[in-house]
Design a protein around this ligand. Structure first.
Ligand SMILES: CC(C)[C@H](C(=O)O)[C@@H](O)C(=O)O
Ligand code: SF4
Length: 464
């Protein structure tokens, strides 16, 4: 009786070190510009090549500007990072989707949409949000730079087997409640350390009813609960999504793959180290009010008071409130906001643009709001234009930027100024995450859209 995780993990074990870690074979290594330079430098110093270069895909995303990508990058650090990745990929014979390449974008958006990420795979990247790819029924997790070097050199990694957890969400999500709300809700209940040491499988009716994009959003946020990774068993939604994508198997190879993928589910009596259950009916559109992603609440609710908190918890809570400029016990509806960010590997996919556009259609962007709409990849950008969403957005006063991580983290030009409030569809709201002194409110594309047109925090259910 095996879990989905066990099946994939066991199929990739090369050897088990006695009383030690597992040597695990890796099917895909994704590389971006931030966490790869030292790994390449390490290989050079040892005079070795990549063992299986065809399994490695590189693309810059964090330091790429989201405007004027045809011009040289102005910021010298970003330019060095992006140029270094291009040079390293060339020297080591790796596939590289550079800036402006039609396959460029945020690595966690590009992998699934190109069919590079497939069910049953083991996938790693020097990036915590590698958990995203688990949505396709893969074992995918973030690794450190020295581990990136290990995988480049051997196509294997030494890992300790994590414990397994199943989170089942029963019932149906209500109107205006999205995968992002589901994730923020779980986090608000489990806290940012609630899944530490575990690999999570998401199950239940609410998860099964999510689209592929929704599942990617959900798994993306696994890491913010402390989980090693998150996954959803592949089903018709997954197969339908993958079929015909560029790197997906075709013809006879497709039939063979499909037959295998259909076996990728937890056996009925499989046991998990921990089981958690939620009810979808309890979830409303969510928003965070603090400085970690677990500090979230239903948009109509009030920020907690310090009642019952221990001294240490109280001090850190009040520090967070001070940073955010909020008072314990108050509500956030109607509060003025300054920036809106639609994008990131959390919500930079076509479905997120569709959701945002559906709400702003026929309305106008609030004048004082600065809105950054950043497709997760050029493929998303092309689809936006194909579907005519760009026209609707333009009419409502919004412009579309070029792909990249953008305002998700302050590593490029898109920085939220100190003291300003940003309703952001990204995944982290730490102090200074979107720029020194910036104040981030994490939310879904629908909540972001409602804020963008009203200029204040608004329940999207009133506008849809
Ligand atoms: C830069 C990178 C190492 C980092 C991560 O690992 O997640 C980034 O993508 C982030 O979201 O904070
Ligand atoms: S979009 Fe944000 S969370 Fe995703 S990889 Fe880029 S910086 Fe990390």
């Amino acid at each position: 009786m095996n879990t989905l995780f066990d099946k994939i993990w066991d199929a990739h074990v090369v050897q088990q070190v006695e009383d030690g870690p597992t040597q695990l074979y890796i099917d895909r290594l994704y590389c971006h510009e931030v966490t790869s330079p030292q790994a390449f430098a390490g290989l050079r110093a040892r005079g070795i090549k990549c063992f299986r270069p065809e399994k490695i895909y590189c693309m810059p995303d964090h330091n790429t500007p989201t405007h004027d990508q045809d011009k040289p990058i102005e910021d010298p650090i970003s330019k060095t990072q992006v140029d270094t990745l291009a040079k390293n990929a060339e020297d080591f014979g790796l596939t590289h989707f550079g800036m402006l390449h039609d396959k460029n974008g945020i690595i966690h958006v590009v992998g699934p949409e190109r069919g590079l990420t497939l069910p049953g795979m083991t996938i790693v990247c020097g990036d915590s949000h590698t958990s995203t790819h688990g949505a396709m029924g893969a074992v995918a997790f973030g690794i450190g730079t020295s581990e990136v070097e290990m995988v480049m050199a051997s196509q294997c990694i030494l890992q300790t087997r994590p414990k397994t957890m199943r989170i089942t969400v029963d019932g149906k999500l209500g109107k205006g409640v999205t995968a992002k709300d589901l994730a923020l809700y779980m986090m608000s209940k489990m806290t940012t350390s609630g899944a530490t040491g575990y690999f999570v499988e998401y199950a239940g009716e609410a998860v099964r009813s999510l689209t592929m994009e929704g599942r990617l959003t959900l798994c993306n946020l696994s890491i913010e609960m402390g989980a090693r990774g998150g996954m959803v068993a592949p089903d018709e939604v997954t197969f339908e999504y993958i079929k015909g994508r560029e790197y997906a198997p075709q013809g006879e190879a497709w039939n063979k793959a499909l037959a295998y993928w259909k076996t990728l589910k937890s056996d009925e009596n499989a046991t998990f180290d921990k089981e958690v259950r939620f009810d979808a009916a309890d979830i409303e559109p969510m928003i965070t009010y603090g400085t970690n992603p677990g500090m979230g609440m239903g948009i109509t609710q009030h920020i907690p008071t310090t009642e019952g908190m221990g001294e240490a918890a109280k001090a850190s809570f009040l520090k967070s409130m001070d940073y955010m400029g909020f008072k314990p016990g108050e509500g956030v509806l109607g509060k003025k906001i300054d920036y809106v960010f639609l994008g990131a590997c959390t919500n930079g996919r076509i479905e997120d643009f569709r959701a945002f556009t559906s709400l702003v259609k026929g309305r106008k962007k609030a004048e004082h709001v600065v809105a950054w709409l950043v497709p997760g990849s050029w493929m998303v950008d092309a689809q936006i234009r194909e579907e005519g969403l760009d026209k609707v957005l333009e009419e409502a006063g919004f412009a579309i930027r070029q792909p990249g991580c953008s305002a998700c983290l302050a590593m490029n030009d898109d920085k939220v100024p100190a003291g300003k409030y940003a309703v952001s569809t990204s995944n982290r709201n730490f102090e200074g995450r979107q720029g020194p002194g910036s104040r981030t409110l994490l939310a879904s594309p629908l909540v972001a859209a409602a804020a963008a047109v009203t200029g204040v925090i608004t329940d999207p259910r009133e506008l849809i």
